[in-house]
Design a protein. Structure first.
Length: 456
C-alpha cells in the first residue's frame, strides 16, 4: 500500500463528515465547560446556563451576517468561474500547456493569483483549468501526469486566507467586528484592523510573492521528472440550442439589460472606492464590498440574467456546509466565551509563549484546528477570540497573530481533502492520487510561512 493511500485511509478512519465533527466539537466543548468552569449565573443550573450560551451563540446576529457573507463569497466566486469568459480565458492559456512540467507551473501560477482574489473563484478556476489541460492532452495524445496537474489546480487553497477573501483579515477590517466579538467583557480591542496591516502588510506581500515563485517552479521541476502517460478524458462541453424568446422571457435573456445592470454596480463600486473618499483607502474593502464586486462581475461575464441564475443554482450546493456548520461553530464560541474557556486557553498560550514564539504556536494550532474545522470563517469564530486575547496579554501584534492563524488554516488544506471535493468531482481524480503532491506543497508552505513569521 502506498504512503498516499495509507494517509488517505487515516483521514477516512479518524475523521467523520465535517457536520459530524461540528456536532462532536459542540458536545466536547459543552462537557469541558460543564466540568472545568464555574457557574457564571448561580441563579440557574450550570447546564442550563451553558445551553443558553450555546443558543445565544448560534443565533448571534452579527455572526449570522458573517456566515451569509462567506456563503455569498463562495457562491458568487464559483459562479464567476463558470462564466463563458473565464472558460474562454482558460482555453486560451491551455494552448501553452504542452507538457506536464509547464502545465503544472502555469496552472499553479494562475490559480494562486486568482485565489488571492477570491477563494471560491480560485478553487473552481483551478479545477476547470486542470480538466481542460487534461482534455487537451487527451486530444493531442500528449503524456500527462494528471494527478500532479490536479494538485496544481488545488494549490490556491494554500494561499487564499492571505488574500482578499480571507475570512479573518477582511472581517477584522470591518468596523466594530472585534468590539462585538468581545461584547460584555472588559477587554479593549480596536474597532478595525486595516488591511494594510494584514493582507497588504510587508510580511504577507513577501510571503505571497515567494509562494507565487516557489510553488510553480517546484511543480515545474517535479513535472520534468514525472511526465506521466497518455490519458483519455472526454470533453464536458455541450452545445446550447438556440431558441426564440417571447414576452417577458426576453428580460431574462437580455444581454443588453444584464450589461447595463452589471456596469452600474461596478461603476458604483469604483465611485465608492476611488472617487468618493478624499483619499482612497483600503478601509473600503469589506466582505460586503467584495461581494458587491463579485455580483457585478458575475452578471457582467454571464450573457444574461438567466445564465447567471443557472450558474448560481449550480454553485450554491458548495455553500451548504457553511449554512449548517457555521451556526454550530458560533454556538461553540458562545459556550467558550461565556463559560470562561476563552480566558483559560488564552492564559495557557501566554504561559508558554513570548512575543516571538506566539505567532508560531498560533500557526501550528491553527493548522491542527483546520483538520477538524475545515472552514476559515468557522475557525475564526472559535479560535479568533483566544488568539486576540492572548496576543493582547503577551504584547504581540494583533495583525501578525491574525495572519499566523490564516497561514496555519490555509496550509493544512493540503492535507485535509474536504475542500478538494469540488476539484475531484470536476477532474475525476481521487484524493489518494493528488495527496502525494499536495504533501510536497504542505512541506514547502511550512518553510515559507514559518520563515515569514520569524523574519517580520
Amino acid at each position: 500500500m502506498s504512503f498516499a493511500k495509507k494517509f488517505e485511509n487515516v483521514f477516512r478512519s479518524l475523521l467523520p463528515s465535517p457536520f459530524s465533527i461540528a456536532i462532536l466539537l459542540t458536545l466536547l466543548t459543552f462537557v469541558l465547560a460543564l466540568i472545568y468552569t464555574d457557574n457564571q449565573n448561580p441563579e440557574n443550573y450550570h447546564v442550563l446556563n451553558l445551553l443558553s450560551s450555546w443558543e445565544n451563540g448560534i443565533w448571534n446576529n452579527a455572526l449570522l451576517v458573517f456566515a451569509f457573507q462567506m456563503m455569498l463569497m463562495l457562491v458568487l466566486g464559483h459562479t464567476l468561474a463558470l462564466s463563458n469568459s473565464v472558460n474562454s480565458l482558460i482555453s486560451k492559456i491551455t494552448r501553452f500547456c504542452s507538457s506536464t512540467a509547464n502545465a503544472a507551473a502555469i496552472i499553479s501560477f494562475f490559480t494562486i493569483i486568482v485565489s488571492l482574489f477570491n477563494w471560491g473563484l480560485g478553487l473552481i478556476f483551478g479545477a476547470i483549468f486542470a480538466r481542460k489541460v487534461a482534455e487537451n492532452a487527451s486530444n493531442k495524445k500528449i503524456n500527462l501526469n494528471y494527478p500532479l496537474i490536479g494538485a496544481a489546480g488545488y494549490s490556491g487553497l494554500m494561499v487564499w486566507h492571505g488574500g482578499l477573501s480571507g475570512s479573518a483579515p477582511i472581517k477584522v477590517a470591518e468596523k466594530n467586528h472585534l468590539i462585538e466579538m468581545f461584547e460584555g467583557s472588559d477587554f479593549d480591542v480596536p474597532s478595525t484592523i486595516n488591511l494594510s496591516e494584514t493582507i497588504f502588510s510587508q510580511m504577507n506581500i513577501f510571503v505571497s510573492i515567494l509562494l507565487l515563485i516557489v510553488i510553480p517552479t517546484f511543480l515545474f521541476y517535479l513535472g520534468k521528472n514525472n511526465t506521466g502517460k497518455k490519458i483519455h478524458i472526454i470533453s464536458q462541453e455541450t452545445k446550447k440550442e438556440k431558441r426564440k424568446y417571447i414576452g417577458a422571457e426576453k428580460i431574462d435573456h437580455s444581454k443588453l439589460l444584464s450589461k447595463i445592470i452589471s456596469i452600474s454596480i461596478l461603476g458604483y463600486c469604483f465611485y465608492k472606492s476611488i472617487l468618493l473618499p478624499e483619499v482612497p483607502s483600503l478601509n473600503v474593502i469589506t466582505p460586503n464590498f467584495i461581494n458587491l464586486i463579485l455580483l457585478g462581475l458575475g452578471i457582467f461575464f454571464h450573457s444574461s440574467f438567466s445564465q447567471f441564475t443557472i450558474a448560481i443554482t449550480g454553485s450554491i450546493k458548495g455553500a451548504s456546509g457553511i449554512l449548517i456548520q457555521f451556526p454550530l461553530y458560533f454556538g461553540i464560541m458562545g459556550i467558550m466565551k461565556d463559560s470562561g474557556i476563552v480566558s483559560s486557553l488564552s492564559d495557557f498560550f501566554v504561559s508558554i509563549s513570548n512575543e516571538t514564539t506566539f505567532p508560531i504556536f498560533t500557526f501550528i494550532s491553527a493548522g491542527i484546528v483546520n483538520i477538524f474545522v475545515p472552514s476559515g470563517g468557522g475557525q475564526w469564530a472559535i479560535q479568533g477570540p483566544i488568539i486576540i486575547e492572548a496576543a493582547n496579554q503577551i504584547g504581540c501584534s494583533f495583525s501578525k497573530s491574525i495572519m499566523a492563524l490564516a497561514y496555519g488554516d490555509q496550509l493544512t488544506n493540503m492535507l485535509q481533502p474536504f475542500w478538494a471535493l469540488p476539484l475531484l468531482g470536476i477532474t475525476g481524480l481521487k484524493a489518494k492520487e493528488i495527496l502525494p503532491y499536495t504533501l510536497y506543497l504542505f512541506l514547502i508552505g511550512c518553510l515559507i510561512f514559518v520563515g515569514g513569521l520569524l523574519l517580520f
